[in-house]
Design a protein around this ligand. Structure first.
Ligand code: ZN
Length: 201
């Protein structure tokens, strides 16, 4: 990154910001300047929030969610349905489903998906823990909320095979026409999947 005419502390701030996803050197400089201008209003509260996060944030020992309590809020919530576990690749997917108020069940975060090319095998993911959780008699359904990519689907197949002897129904997300989507804008793969997973009207 080209150096700027500022003190090393400010350069360090810019370099760290530039490591955030979606921020390149230029946006990082803009963000740093914005923070510096809003020292009292934004920078100090942000620094305090980061410090609190460092002290309190933990990975849930049951589901792998990130929270300030362990087990996490979702695992300890008595109003959640114990009979279904929604399996996601990452915490971001869990948060997306929660934002959508999609389902009131429990979750399990794999921590990635199987990817032989990247050297990510079953032991690198939280799969054994999932199979153990699914053997609990209270669990009736495992919902595989994984991406519709080759890796996502092969991870789904792998888990489905392991759950073969467990007394659970294994389901996956429907693939198809997005809500509000127009047919002639869809790619062929999505359209073909939508026809294959058609439902009674
Ligand atoms: Zn949890």
């Amino acid at each position: 990154m080209p150096t700027i005419s500022a003190g090393p502390e400010i350069e360090r701030l810019i370099q760290l910001l530039a490591r955030l996803p979606g921020l390149g050197p230029r946006s990082a400089r803009r963000a740093a300047l914005f923070l510096i201008k809003k020292r009292e209003l934004l920078m100090a509260p942000l620094a305090a929030a980061l410090q609190t996060a460092i002290e309190k944030i933990a990975v849930c020992r049951i589901c792998g969610n990130i929270d300030t309590q362990n087990p996490c809020t979702l695992c300890t919530d008595p109003r959640r349905d114990d009979s279904a576990i929604v399996v996601v690749a990452d915490v971001a997917d869990l948060w997306a489903l929660e934002r959508a108020h999609a389902i009131n069940a429990r979750y399990h975060v794999l921590g990635g998906i199987l990817s032989p090319l990247d050297g990510i095998g079953p032991d690198d993911l939280s799969i054994a823990a999932l199979i153990k959780r699914a053997s609990d008699p209270a669990v009736k359904e495992v919902i595989l909320a994984l991406s519709a990519t080759v890796e996502g689907q092969s991870t789904a197949h792998y888990i489905t095979d392991l759950l073969h002897d467990a007394d659970v129904r294994v389901t996956r997300l429907a693939h198809g026409v997005p809500v509000g989507g127009e047919l002639d804008y869809l790619d062929e793969g999505t359209l073909a999947a939508a026809i294959r997973s058609r439902t009674p009207f």
